[in-house]
Design a protein around this ligand. Sequence first.
Ligand SMILES: *Cc1c(COP(=O)(O)O)cnc(C)c1O
Length: 402
Amino acid sequence: MRNDLLTRLAERTAAREHDQLTRRLRTIDRVEGPWVWVGNKRLLSFCSNDYLGLSQHPDVVAQLRRANSAGSGSAHLICGHRAEHAALEQVLAEWTGRERALLFSSGYMANLGTLQALLRDGDLCVQDKLNHACLLDGASLSGATLARYVHADVASASRQLATAGDVPALLATDGVFSMDGDIAPLSELATLCEAQNATLMVDDAHGLGVLGKDGAGSVEAAGLGQQQVPVLMATLGKALGCYGAFVAGSASLIDGLLQTARPYIYTTATPPALAAATLTAVQVARRESWRRERLGSLIARFRAGAAQLGLSLLPSMTAIQPLLLGEAATALEAARVLEAEGFMVTAIRPPTVPRGKARLRITLSAAHADEHVDRLLEALARFASRPPHPSPLPRQSQGRGG
Ligand SMILES: *Cc1c(COP(=O)(O)O)cnc(C)c1O
């Protein structure tokens, strides 16, 4: 007797619920700076990736208002590639110090497309254990052998590369780790890849706009050019406050992706007005370096305050400042208590993070005021000093957050 797929899916959902791992959608009715409205409740958000506060920048939003068409009409290779996309690609290439850049409709698709274009059956794809899910999915899709190394451990990466003999190899890493906020040891990884003749790919979704003197990301901060990091991918929906992604590198890499990356070829190009808005966001991010400095000072303020309170933060110097809580139930409880106090901070639970490593993923933005950070710290201190919660948690507290 054939098993029913929908029944099986429902069983899986029920198992997640049992483990307090149910994800729940929150509808945000309105956003204003760091504030969000959920229904008629106003919450101070510490969970957006809009690190520079550019998603509501008047010059950026003005580009969307100026549009005379909403959609691009087709894929890039049919007739969807507009002057706005071309101009944005040129600026992204120049900014990141690469020959060319290619826009993808999202970061997820950029990683799937790039890995599937570069790798084949029998190749080796070496990845950091904490890489973003879409890098792992891209490797699976490519047919290459996926070998994961201990987080940020260059010796472990080296062992994984060495075991494969002479097969073509790609080493892929997040530049800034999305759930931990720490920065990959990029210079050491670049040296390793050079010595082992492996191709290095960096996913800088959380570094672009934020790190580097000119905001060009973790690769700029590490002083690594196209030679050392031949495949650079970054997203446009985080610090740039817009949407989409790109891959930058040599002209031959970009042409190869354009010819063969299926998630590039077989999808509709993003709206041209979005490309124009993104180009403005890049210009603002570069010009208004005070946003990076402001973010840096908020990070320092938050970390100093947390240290005083004895809170166990991860060793992150970026806008992602996770508070490790352990059990999924504890992270949910923390998110619930904070929400009752007027904050939105998402609990991150398995399988997004390893079991026993559930956390609050606190993110800071140049849009926050000092006083916002102070208020969050006070609320975290109250949570940390609460009397131990009787377990198990009441049913209604399940399923909050991400
Ligand atoms: C967000 C993210 C992605 C996916 O990008 P989208 O544009 O949201 O699809 C890829 N890699 C990392 C490291 C990310 O954090």
